[in-house]
Design a protein around this ligand. Sequence first.
Ligand code: GLY
Length: 427
Amino acid sequence: MRVLVVGGGGREHALCWAMAASPLVDTLLCAPGNAGIGDVARCVDVQADDVDGLVRLARDEAIDLVVVGPEVPLVLGLVDRLEAIGVKAFGPSAAAARLEGSKAFAKAFCIRHAIPTAAYRSFGRDEAEAARAYVRGHALPLVVKADGLAAGKGVTIAATHAEAIDALDAAFSGAFGEAGSEVVVEAFMEGEEASLFALSDGANVLELGTAQDHKRAFDGDRGPNTGGMGAYSPAVIMTPGLIERAMAEIVRPTITGMAAEGSPFRGILYVGLMVTRDGPKLVEFNVRFGDPECQVILPRLMTDLGQLLQGAADGMLGHMNVRWHDRHALSVVLAARGYPGSYVRGEPIAGIGAAAADDDVLVFHAGTALDAQGRTVSAGGRVLNVTATGTDLRSARDRAYAAVARIDWPGGFCRRDIGWRALPDAR
Ligand code: GLY
């Protein structure tokens, strides 16, 4: 099978690593890829949001299966465009991707299908005064979310009414472009966050593991929100009972609900959960693998990823199951100093080979390039994902940080407390 993976981050490096190992895959391309992905796939310089370019590439390269990593091309309708020219794709249609692309759609969907989530109201830009009045009368803290994709920046947990009104005004005045033309205001849920992944072919659904992300930039969950500074899997808080409850109350109703509404969901459903005193509740849907959560799920996966993704694209998941290595995985993100604000690119990074010399360590590249001398240099905010597995989480963590210590990049930083919820002494 000729496979094209779309994207160029750590998630896509992990996807390419797993697809390269599949006996079903004989040719692997990645667009645009990065320096590390170049070791396992042929990278093609087409950006992940260039839908026309990706459709042309898939056609010209006679691709059998396109695997879409990030959310933007899914929301832009890449899968619909590929299917229209007869190219099979793994990922939801634009209509199904609204679960992530519009928070107002997702919340209304939850109400229609009795999926547990926080109470909310949504407001358009022309209802700004009503939104402010609603916020002023709302209990604190409360959550203000831009409706559309805002690269992880559109959510404010407001401790005061003034903060919430500032967040409303920012969204309505264009801080997130069109993504902020509608906002969702919702009640704050108390509890611990965890992520649950599921794979669906539109009708059948398989659980695909749990993870916990670390969204803040600095140790102790301080500093600005990022795309994620590290993750581990499985998420210790997600007991088998809680996973089954989340599957029964959130995941399966979502898959049957989307099918019933005429937008069957094929792809990865990433369910952001709050584990509350009353059980798991939905924080948000995403319609793709998490990044860096993918980097800790795939090293634990024993079943061939190629078979699973092809099965999902072909509607064959009813005949399949998922098997796991009895391992824990933990990934530490090395980011460029300054991230998620401004940072420099082009700094040489040494020691990646030494870090990956341990059989239980994988270094996924998230934002790297090769310079004119063939050296690996930083080329993004999140740059490397140093991932290790172990028979328990502690050994995975110790291995990951030992590998981090072998990387020589003075311009980088990482959190030192990844995994602290499950290993409190990590703080
Ligand atoms: N790590 C969070 C996300 O992928 O959305």
